[in-house]
Design a protein around this ligand. Structure first.
Ligand code: MG
Length: 159
């Protein structure tokens, strides 16, 4: 397997996974751009998941949408409380160029504090983003409304 210097960590709910559809219909569904993005991105970067929740429940979201095989097990981080595990998880990628994609602004802010070189991408969609107020003193490196721009962002980033 190719070793990439760039690593992109994705949140699951409201980032890869359409959590609204799941809540309403109990149906496992990705946002439409996700599969193509992961396919292309995985040729230029290591991709992983950093998600909060119950492990089996979160893994099922990756399995039932057919994307689990994009990720090596060691790059799948599912934890009960993201903030508590942030430092430990991010530290496993020391020396890499790290991109962190999440719909929750406070967690991106925290990631930047722990790991100042991290490139934070806020996916502004879903119920949390909709009510999020700006956080004083923190602006994510990039704000997107879906994941389609991420390939270009990662590709063009100069290390
Ligand atoms: Mg989320």
């Amino acid at each position: 397997m190719q070793v990439h210097s760039k690593v992109v960590l994705f949140d699951i709910d409201y980032t890869l996974f359409n959590t609204d559809v799941f809540r309403q219909l109990e149906k496992h569904e990705l946002y439409e751009e996700v599969e193509e993005l992961l396919k292309e991105l995985s040729t230029i970067a290591t991709i992983g998941v950093f998600s909060e929740g119950e492990e089996n429940r979160q893994l099922l979201k990756l399995k039932n949408t057919g994307i689990i095989d994009f990720f090596l097990t060691k790059n799948v981080h599912i934890v009960a409380f993201k903030e508590q595990e942030l430092e430990r998880v991010l530290n496993t990628y020391k020396g890499k160029t790290l991109f962190f994609v999440d719909d929750k602004l406070p967690i991106l802010k925290k990631a930047k504090e722990v790991f100042p070189d991290i490139f934070t991408i806020w996916v502004k969609r879903g119920k949390y983003a909709a009510v999020q107020q700006p956080i004083e003193g923190f602006t994510p490196d990039k704000i997107v409304e879906d994941l389609s721009q991420i390939l270009q962002i990662v590709k063009s980033y100069k290390e």
